[in-house]
Design a protein around this ligand. Sequence first.
Ligand code: SF4
Length: 193
Amino acid sequence: MRKLLMHACCAPCFVYIENDLKENGLKIDDETYEKVDFTACFYNPNIHPKVEYERRKKAFEKFCKLKNCKNVVIDEYDLDGFAKEVVNNVGPNKKYNIRCEYCYYMRLKKVFEYAKENNFDIVSTTLTISPYQNHEIIKKVGKDLEKEFGIEFIYCDYRVHFRDGQKMARDLSIYMQKYCGCMFSIDNGKWVY
Ligand code: SF4
C-alpha cells in the first residue's frame, strides 16, 4: 500500500477527508479510489495572529487524537517571513501573481520536503475541499513540486463535500475559524481571500 502525506490546512477541512480516506481510500477522480496508508501533516506558519495559530494547531491535534489518526505537526511559525515574501515577490511581473499562490507553494514545499525525508509516495492537501480556494493554482503548484521532488501529487476535488465536512466538525465540537488564515484574510469576521 502506498504512503500518503496529507497536508491539513486545518481540522475542519480534514474531517470529511479523514473519514473518506479511512472508508474508501484516496479519491483519485470521481470514480477511482486508492487504499493508502495515510498521515496528516499540519504546516501553516502564516496564520495570524499567533493565538489563532495555536487554536488551529490544537484543534488539529485534538481531532487526530479523537480519530487515532497518524499525524505530524511541523510547528514553525513565520509570519514575518510570509509578509516579507508577499511584499517583495507577489504582484504583476513578480515571481507570484497572487499571495495565495505563494502561500500554497510555501506550505506544500515544506510538506514535500518532509515527505521526501520520510519516504512517502504521495502528497495531497485538504485545501481542495474548500470552494474558497483557487483550485487551478493549487493543482499547478502541486504538479510543479511533484516534478521537483519526484513524489506524486494527487489533486482531489472534494468541494461537493465542503458542507458535509463542516457539519461533521460542528458535531464533533471541533473549533471552526471564520477566515482563511493570514492577516490579509481578516475582515471583520467575514470570509475573504
Ligand atoms: S488568504 Fe488563505 S490561502 Fe491566501 S494567502 Fe492568506 S492564508 Fe494563504
